[in-house]
Design a protein around this ligand. Structure first.
Ligand SMILES: Nc1ncnc2c1ncn2[C@@H]1O[C@H](COP(=O)(O)OP(=O)(O)OP(=O)(O)O)[C@@H](O)[C@H]1O
Ligand SMILES: [Mg+2]
Length: 244
């Protein structure tokens, strides 16, 4: 699915294989694997503290991969500094503190382009087309935006580097149901513009129903992996993550 063939071998866009990672003495991920094909939406669900955010951080180099492999577009990226990974087209939107509150919308987008050496102004206009709300008042401080607008800005900021994959950590957290729907709609449009998406989500039903595939992590290990729709119909997933 979405894989390309190189030297006779099938290559995913992103492949994490048996990733072991943690903090200090504590091991959190005990050998987690995740594959993302070109243009896919892949959702990760699992209980609080199971390691979802840690997995995203390990993929983008913010948490060290102790053993295992992470391959992005055929390059083994484990151990690369985050800036190099991001420049290569793999961007990450953290769960919290993902915009600069004291900077304006436009300044946040400029910060998102920090590793670009070319003229990125056209890209800002593209972001305003994709997220019309942001284009209405580009001078507004990010700190005064609604929760939904702020998530949109965080995603737009990550997209400034024109990535082929974005990792989104709970973009709908804390939003009203209407805002959740709007953020998911925008994520779908981002995906339709050709960007693969990895989504960590508590709103499992909405996320899985727009995903090609999904993963369930439990206690730092892969528990289930299936097509989004099949996970939605899985009785274990339904009882634990979809409210019965
Ligand atoms: N910086 C850190 N230092 C030490 N332990 C951490 C750190 N960040 C996370 N942990 C621990 O690692 C474990 C996994 O955390 P992680 O944030 O990856 O889980 P999660 O699945 O994203 O949870 P949630 O659904 O609550 O966001 C938890 O026990 C957490 O307390
Ligand atoms: Mg988390």
């Amino acid at each position: 699915m979405g894989a390309q063939c190189k030297g006779g071998r099938l290559l995913a866009l992103l492949e994490a294989l048996d990733v072991v990672a943690g903090y200090g003495e504590t091991e959190i991920l005990h050998g987690v694997s995740l594959t993302v094909g070109d243009g896919e939406i892949v959702t990760i669900i699992g209980p609080n503290g199971c390691g979802k955010s840690t997995l995203l951080k390990a993929i983008v180099g913010l948490v060290r991969v102790r053993t295992g492999r992470v391959t992005f577009r055929g390059s083994a990226i484990a151990g690369w500094p985050p800036e190099r990974i991001v420049r290569g087209g793999l961007c990450y939107v953290p769960q919290t503190s993902n915009v600069f509150a004291s900077l304006s919308i436009r300044e946040n987008l400029e910060m998102g382009a920090f590793v670009r050496r070319d003229d990125y102004r056209g890209r800002i206009d593209e972001m305003f087309r994709l997220f019309p709300d942001l284009g209405l008042r580009p001078g507004q401080k990010a700190g005064s935006l609604s929760g939904g607008q702020r998530q949109m800005l965080a995603i737009a900021r990550a997209l400034m580097l024109d990535p082929s994959l974005v990792l989104l950590d709970e973009p709908s957290a804390g939003l009203s149901p209407a805002m959740v729907g709007m953020v998911f709609e925008r994520i779908r449009e981002v995906n339709q513009s050709g960007v693969a998406v990895v989504l960590v989500e508590q709103n499992a039903r909405e996320a899985l129903s727009m995903s090609n595939r999904g993963y369930v992590l439990v206690a730092g290990e892969n528990r289930l992996e299936d097509a989004g729709e099949d996970l939605l119909n899985n009785p274990e997933v339904a009882s634990l993550y979809l409210g019965g």
